[in-house]
Design a protein around this ligand. Structure first.
Ligand code: PLP
Length: 430
């Protein structure tokens, strides 16, 4: 292929040298030159059902033959059905669904809903977080991708969430980490004035910033603080939703009910771009008689809705949420624990369901990261080398900072999963 006419996200355009892909099937993707890779990160964490699931492809084709597009102001059965399917699996208390075209827009609207409903200006967001690349979502994002966009994020106050391996609270147990992270949030609220805070936005299990599973009690504690001060809790489940973490939603692992929940990715495995906000009682009631200030030409796109209905059906019929939990607990965790025992470069492995991180260190005793916390949009050369070595062995994980992330499709075969982890292990051993 000659010159590339596409302007690529997050990239220096002169330096993009990405692989060509022409087809995919299940957990595999490849091209006509004979290259083939096992997808250990579900593309960008979205491909729960793998490529070309026939049920979803057929549902989109059926809808395309009937009605491709329709303004959001109309009612149409497939749109109602998609919203109903989402509400059926969402945490209890969910009332309605606002559809968007992806995760960042979902976050934009959740933040807007919270601010307009409460009449308060501020948002609490985590330092270790990613919420999307539009201005509002980037303003909530804490990680280095925000650095070049310093002007975004007016009204955002950032907090440290729990991360036991690199505790900001000098904690040595989960219970300490939980209590101290909550105390930090209590103090932050006291200093900011809780009555100025519209929402706390949180990734219930932090995704691209490290697969940080909170200690038991943390999310319930945040919920309790929100209740005490009339603050809305936004769970950003774009990465964690629809079975990724071994439950329909990560919040379900702790039985916590958010006021607003953003979703995208796994809702339809990305076959058609879509995202949205699951709206709970407080916000639904606020906009029952007042108009909501916002909308999108393609909100509730019929093709997206058809893919959602089919995808949720497949997740249910094939028992994929339970499968993610079982494969995570019985296969992935023991395999990764074994890598951690054997290889000094592995500092910690952690995760839930089929969302895992391998944190790499230069020195196990000091926990010095293999590469420093990095500049935005740049993969450190050492990590790029590890990624290339994995790709040369036919597996495609995701690397971020000093970590390898493994988010395989929920349909991956057990044999492929074992072979994939073995390939990553061989690269790390080298
Ligand atoms: C937690 C979280 N929120 C929001 C987004 C943004 O989603 P999108 O890329 O669909 O805009 C992402 C994307 O990775 C995400 O991981």
């Amino acid at each position: 292929m000659v010159s590339d006419p596409v302007f690529h996200p997050w990239a220096a355009q002169a330096k993009v040298a990405q692989a060509e892909v022409t087809h995919g099937a299940g957990a595999w993707f490849g091209n006509d030159h004979g290259d083939r890779w096992l997808d250990l990160h579900s593309q960008l964490g979205n491909l729960h059902l793998g490529h070309q699931h026939p049920t979803v492809v057929a549902a989109v084709a059926r809808q395309a033959a009937q009605l491709c597009t329709l303004a959001p102001s109309f009612r149409t059965p497939i749109r109602d059905e998609a919203a109903r399917h989402i509400l059926q699996v969402a945490p209890s208390g969910a009332q309605k669904v606002l559809f968007t075209n992806g995760g960042a827009e979902a976050v934009e609207h959740a933040l807007r809903m919270a601010r307009v409903t409460t009449g308060r200006p501020k948002i609490l967001a985590a330092h270790r977080s990613y919420h999307g690349a539009t201005d509002g979502a980037m303003g909530a994002t804490g990680d280095p991708r925000r650095w070049p966009l310093a002007a975004t994020g007016a009204g955002t106050v950032r907090f440290f969430g729990p991360y036991r391996y690199r505790s900001d609270f000098h904690a040595t147990t989960d219970a300490q980490e939980c209590e101290r992270a909550l105390e930090h949030m209590r103090r932050l609220l006291a200093y900011e004035g809780p009555e100025t805070v519209a929402a706390i936005i949180i990734e219930p299990i932090v995704g691209s910033n490290g697969v940080l599973v909170p200690p038991d009690g943390y999310l319930a504690g945040v919920r309790e603080l929100c209740d005490r001060h009339g603050i809305l809790l936004i769970a950003d489940e774009v990465m964690t939703g629809f079975g990724r973490c071994g439950a329909w939603f990560a919040v379900d692992r702790w039985g916590v009910r958010p006021d607003l929940m953003t979703f995208a990715k796994g809702v339809n495995s990305g076959y058609v771009p879509v995202g949205g906000v699951v709206v709970g009682e407080v916000v639904a009631e606020h906009f029952a008689e007042r108009p909501y200030p916002g909308g999108l030409t393609y909100a509730g796109h019929p093709l997206a809705c058809a893919s959602i209905v089919a995808s949720i059906g497949v997740l249910r019929d094939e028992g994929l949420v339970e499968r993610a939990e079982r494969l995570g607990t019985d296969v992935l965790r023991p395999l990764l624990d074994e890598l951690a025992d054997r290889l000094p470069i592995v500092g910690e492995v952690r995760g839930a369901g089929l969302a895992w991180a391998i944190e790499l260190v230069a020195d196990r005793s000091t926990r010095e990261p293999l590469v420093p916390y990095d500049a935005p949009g740049r993969v450190h050369p050492r990590m790029a080398e590890i990624l290339r070595a994995c790709q040369a062995r036919g597996v495609w994980p995701f690397v971020a900072a000093n970590r390898i992330h493994l988010f395989p499709p929920l349909v991956i075969t057990e044999d492929d999963l074992r072979a994939g982890v073995a390939a990553v292990g061989a690269v790390l051993a080298e």
